[in-house]
Write a protein that binds this ligand. Structure first.
Ligand code: GAL
Length: 782
């Protein structure tokens, strides 16, 4: 019989655990749910941790499995947080002590004959000290629940346990090596890639097969070319198992001078990502995992993501393979190394992670240390050994917050939080490790400058500039730094001792809903696929002390911008190459909003207008204590243009602050090759728009349910965000979908995102209402 893999994600039941559940289940007190599941929906912030730190009982009704004698039946759990005990017909079938790696449990001995079966999973969200990542208080939550898919597997004696595909030297030869592990040393294996095929006899449980893929295409960040490898396992001419794995040929090397992909030295700019979401924690299906990758690659334009601080979903990795996004994947943990059990679980997690993920071309490094833990020679010699044994191709790293610590890995990986705004972005390599070591920065910024999307503009701009300064320093071609991975992609839930007291760490360049803060554009402006011109200001003077907007920052990948105020040309501004020589696209810093308008509107001579501007700037800083030189100039110019002191003061307010003047209209035109590529108006009008976007309008209700995210913005007629509007968004759904989160949400900095999930197939309608706006989206679920 051919192996059967059946997803069993629909129609589970869950409730808070009770000792009696171990004996009798009364489904009346349970809630029907689908997997991935977080047993209760929680609020966006200020969550109640006690609800997580307890046990839950999950129940699944499995029909009578009428298979012939000799078959093995397994349950495979892709991810259950944090610990789980599995019972089949009230008999204990297995236990899993890691919330982040898969577990397969043999259930054949406990199955009923000729009767249905009851699967019970007691899931604990209690943070036990010797179950990684727990021990110390951790800066993230582990949540609770069966949060990744579950499968039933039926195996008739012969199965493919693992397939490991690798190419040792893809720049030199076309060899594709495939190691296939089978449950028995018998039969034959046929491996094919397109129309290239090879069949070999199986004489051991590990079979090595080599194929030559002539004229192969390499996988890289711009062209992530993938190959499907099909493996068939036959015994006595009957097919027992078939597997498909995806593979990409690419050569990865971290050297003392940096990172090489397919022989080319490139700098890696990236972000750390937790796998959490609002309202449901970790419990999000493929669609949401895919979209996070798309945001990283297509919107933020980064090259690498670190799955901090645990193995991520395989859906996430699949998408990274498809999109060309590198991944540093690491074992669960945070600053604390526990007892022997803790270490044992760490070894098992490491093995499971590598065996599960070593075919993904996107994975470029295994993180084999507990994040930011102290040196522990024996422990880390072992983790390195395990990683190298299971995957001789990929380098290891071990993320630490210690400089010059014991270096047992292939790459020295360090969290550099040295940037405080007025110093260089990163420490020189020699202060961290030896020049001869390959070196990658794995975190920066984060807690050094937490910033909410609804913080003041000044703070949000500084947050963005801090990210940009680090990226700039990282990009110095001669610093021996392979790249830098910022903290973090989005805001995330945490324990009370971190974050802003509402159990959120506002460390993201996106907010928790994946909506951008200004810092998102520190990354986005450095890519070349799409034109960007993001003005880091609403141009509202009332947000600044004394009503004085000293400078504005524009993040752009265009050549230059022209600025107009109220229809009058102010000036042309260029990227600041002087202060940011290593950036491909330095920011444009604008400090002059008067430009030629004094000359044009007040009919001043150009030279006089420049002096007036200088005087005005000095007044802004020193008030009426300006230098004698400027005082004399002022008297002369007032006289020359026949202006009273009062009229002079009025000019100052008109041009310097705009205080009391009509709302200005700023027009920014961004040029590429001397053609206008983008233009943006910043002004006030009375239009009130609610814009709703999603990356698709089809959902796939398949192995499990699908999710879909709507990104929502409130804007005026010129697409300027209403960043301080505190209106309520009402969401109404019709059709086979459910809403993730409440029906009414408050806008955060003029933005929001809403996720829905499928509960069946058909057509669904979602109505978003705010003020007089109603936006209807129709979705097809197939
Ligand atoms: C690091 C840690 C991260 C996060 C970050 C905040 O030390 O590794 O998990 O807490 O600080 O900046």
């Amino acid at each position: 019989m051919k192996k059967i893999v059946r997803p069993i994600n629909y129609d589970w039941y869950v409730k808070v655990f009770d000792e009696k559940d171990l004996e009798v289940i009364d489904l009346k007190s349970f809630k029907k749910v689908n997997i991935p599941n977080q047993p209760f929906e929680f609020s966006e912030n200020q969550l109640k941790l006690s609800e997580f730190h307890q046990k839950y009982t999950y129940v699944y009704h499995l029909e009578n499995l009428d298979y012939k004698k000799g078959v093995d039946v397994y349950l495979r759990f892709e991810g259950v947080a944090i610990e789980s005990d599995i019972y089949v017909n009230n008999q204990h079938a297995g236990q899993h002590l890691s919330g982040y790696t898969p577990q397969r449990i043999l259930i054949t001995p406990y199955l009923n004959k000729d009767k249905d079966n009851e699967i019970k999973v007691i899931v604990s969200g209690i943070e036990r000290p010797n179950i990684p990542p727990f021990g110390a208080i951790v800066d993230y939550l582990g949540y609770v629940g069966i949060y990744r898919e579950v499968y039933l597997e039926v195996v008739d004696t012969y199965e493919i346990s693992h397939v490991y595909a690798y190419s040792e030297n893809p720049l030199i030869n076309d060899h594709l090596n495939i190691e296939v592990m089978t449950s028995k040393a018998r039969g034959k294996l046929t491996v094919s890639v397109g129309d290239i095929e090879k069949t070999v006899e199986v004489s051991e449980t590990n079979t090595f097969i080599e194929l030559d893929i002539k004229d192969k295409v390499l996988w890289d960040l711009n062209h992530p070319h993938l190959y499907d490898i099909d493996v068939k396992y036959e015994v006595y001419d009957k097919t027992y198992d078939q597997r498909q794995v995806r593979f990409g040929f690419r050569d990865i090397k971290f050297k003392a001078d940096g990172f090489y992909l397919n022989g080319e030295l490139i700098k890696l700019s990236g972000l750390n990502r937790h796998q959490s979401y609002p309202y449901v924690g970790y419990a999000m299906p493929k669609g949401a995992q895919y979209e996070d990758v798309d945001i990283l690659k297509d919107f933020l334009g980064v090259d690498i993501v670190r799955s901090s601080h645990y193995p991520c979903s395989t859906h996430f990795l699949d998408r990274c393979d498809e999109k060309g996004l590198l991944v540093l994947e690491e074992i669960p943990g945070w600053q604390y190394i526990g007892n022997d059990l803790f270490k044992e679980i760490s070894y098992i997690s490491l093995k499971n992670m590598i065996i599960r993920d070593r075919n993904h071309p996107s994975v470029c490094m295994w993180g084999v240390r507990i994040n930011e833990s102290p040196d522990d020679q024996e422990f880390y010699l072992n983790t390195n050994k395990i990683a190298h044994h299971l995957d001789p191709i990929r380098p290891t790293g071990g993320i630490r917050n210690l400089t010059q610590s014991e270096f047992l890995e292939d790459v020295y990986t360090y969290n550099d939080f040295s940037h405080v705004g007025n110093n260089s972005g990163l420490l020189p390599k020699k202060e961290v490790t030896k020049q001869s070591h390959p070196y990658l920065v794995t975190e920066y910024n984060g807690h050094m400058f937490p910033t909410k999307s609804f913080d003041t503009e000044e703070r949000r701009v500084e947050h963005a500039l801090r990210h940009l300064r680090v990226i700039h320093d990282m990009r110095n071609p001669n610093n021996g730094i392979a790249g830098a991975i910022g903290w973090s992609m989005f805001d995330y839930h945490t324990h009370p001792s971190f974050g802003s007291g509402d159990l959120i760490c506002y460390h993201g360049v996106l907010d928790i809903n994946r909506m951008p803060k200004y810092a998102a554009y520190s990354y986005r402006s450095q890519q070349d696929v799409e034109p960007v011109m993001e003005i880091l200001s609403s141009m509202d003077i009332g947000d600044y002390p004394g009503g004085y907007l000293k400078q504005i920052v524009v993040f752009t990948n265009l050549d230059y911008i022209r600025l107009y105020k109220n229809g009058i040309y102010i000036n042309t501004f260029y990227p600041n190459k002087k202060d940011y020589p290593h950036l491909k696209h330095p920011p444009i810093i604008i400090t002059d909003f008067i430009g030629e308008s004094l000359a044009k509107q007040e009919h001043m001579k150009k030279k006089d207008a420049e002096i007036v501007k200088a005087i005005f700037r000095e007044i802004t800083v020193k008030g009426n204590k300006i230098s004698l030189k400027y005082k004399l100039q002022l008297v002369r110019l007032l006289k020359k243009y026949k202006l009273s002191m009062k009229q002079g003061i009025a000019l100052y307010y008109k041009y310097m602050t705009g205080w009391g003047a009509d709302a200005p209209i700023y027009l920014f035109e961004g040029f590429e090759n001397n053609f206008i590529k983008l233009s943006k108006k910043i002004t006030h009008d009375e239009e009130f728009n609610c814009l709703v976007e999603s990356n698709r309008l089809v959902m796939y209700h398949r192995d499990t349910y699908d999710s879909l995210r709507f990104a929502i913005k409130l804007t005026n007629g010129s697409d300027n965000l209403y960043a301080y509007v505190r209106d309520i968004l009402k969401i109404k759904i019709e059709g086979p979908i459910e809403l993730i989160g409440p029906k009414e949400r408050v806008f955060e900095a003029g933005q929001l995102a809403v996720w829905i999930k499928s509960i069946g197939v058909g057509k669904a309608k979602i109505t978003f209402s705010v003020r007089d706006q109603k936006v209807i989206k129709e979705v097809e679920i197939v």
